[in-house]
Design a protein around this ligand. Structure first.
Ligand code: NAD
Length: 355
């Protein structure tokens, strides 16, 4: 007899849910591995729209009502950051495994609470760090795991937009989102870098965040529109940091939504004493035969990270496997983020607590 499809509920039917989650849940539903049992959004009509478009059974405007209405195997949290922790905890307590959008939470305390609740409930919890599931990331991870880099000693990552401040949703409001590019695009690069560096334990961070564009009424943000009221913008639009890890490894980071640079750039490099890897341009950089060398990949499988993350999570639930993005790794990223904001406030390096 075939297994019953997993019952999935999706909280939040905004941009990420509609473009990056629900299409993949819909695909899995067509394969009869899951059913989209419920969707919910507080904006009237949004959940109905998604129910009809992606084939959900029911639509709700109230999250608590959705959770109480039925039992779900999986809850997918796609709401703004402020709601990641409370919705995850409610879902876990109601018996669902939870996939939650990034960043994990608004602070370390919340992230720790989420992990504890998942452990107590014996449910899986994973932050949807989609970049780990892209073809190039998987290739680079294979290079690292094969020991080609030798001793890894430092890394560098950046995602700098010239003008790219999200205009929709609550990205510009600290009380709803915590921060700007650091928690929006930086969180992806931090997660990916730490994974490729072997998940080192962060012990200190020195950072500075700036707000130079987002609250300006004369902001030119052509590709992203400026529908948010500039006076509401109270997050950073640039973040820079230097992070130290327990094993002496370091990481340098730069993230911006707006900066006076020629064009958007995104990348990372992880350096070892035998070789270094880089995404920009993608390759393995080393020295052999008395000269300097570089290895490229003639074929990089085109994998869509969000699809990969969702399908991986479903497989983990179906087969009771461990998730690739371990919650304690996401907690480490959250500790770094909290430390960068604290360091920026205090204007000095701060120590990252281990507990
Ligand atoms: N991984 C990625 O590539 C990626 C990209 C964009 C956004 N995100 C993350 O996804 C999350 C959502 O971002 P978005 O761009 O979809 O924002 P959005 O504002 O478009 O969507 C959020 C939705 O949540 C709904 N919502 C708010 N309160 C709710 C409640 N109490 N119950 C139910 N629904 C509620 C809103 O009405 C809105 O429709 C954020 O955490 C963001 O960081 C991830």
């Amino acid at each position: 007899m075939s297994k019953k499809p997993l019952r999935v509920a999706v909280a939040g039917c905004g941009d990420v849910a509609q473009t990056k989650h629900l299409p993949h849940w819909n695909e899995l539903a067509n394969e009869e591995r899951i059913e989209i049992a419920a969707v919910c959004d507080i904006i009237p009509g949004r959940a109905d729209f998604c129910r009809d478009k992606f084939g959900a059974d029911k639509a709700f405007t109230d999250f608590a009502e959705m959770i109480e209405y039925a039992e779900y195997d999986v809850l997918d949290v796609c709401t703004q950051n402020r709601l990641h922790c409370p919705m995850t905890i409610d879902g876990l307590k109601a018996g669902a495994h939870v996939l939650v959008e990034k960043p994990m939470a608004m602070n370390v305390r919340e992230a720790q609470k989420m992990i504890k609740t998942a452990e107590t409930a014996e449910r899986k919890l994973m932050v949807a760090q989609y970049m780990r599931f892209e073809g190039y990331s998987e290739l680079l991870k294979k290079v690292v795991d094969a020991g080609e880099l030798g001793e890894i000693y430092t890394g560098r990552t950046y995602w700098m937009r010239r003008r790219g401040i999200p205009g929709w949703g609550k990205f510009h409001v600290a009380a709803e989102s915590l921060g700007g590019p650091l928690i929006d695009i930086g969180v992806h690069m931090l997660d990916l870098c730490l994974w490729l560096m072997g998940s080192p334990i962060p012990v200190a961070a020195s950072g500075k965040v700036y707000r130079k564009f987002g609250d300006r009424k004369d902001l030119v943000n052509p590709e992203w529109g400026v529908p948010y009221p500039a006076e509401e913008f109270d997050v950073e639009d640039y973040a820079t940091a230097f992070i130290r890890f327990e094993n002496g490894v370091t990481l340098t980071t730069d993230f911006s939504w707006a900066a006076n640079i020629p064009d958007e750039v995104e990348g990372l490099s992880v350096l070892g004493d035998k070789a270094g890897i880089s995404t920009n341009p993608l390759g393995v950089y080393s020295s052999e035969y008395g000269t300097i060398t570089h290895k490229t990949f003639d074929f990089v499988p085109e994998k869509y990270g969000h699809r990969g993350a969702i399908r991986h999570f479903v497989e983990c639930v179906e087969k009771n496997k461990s998730v690739l993005v371990r919650p304690e790794e996401s907690l480490r990223v959250q500790k770094i983020i909290d430390a960068i904001y604290e360091s920026s406030d205090k204007n000095k390096e701060v120590t990252i607590k281990q507990q």
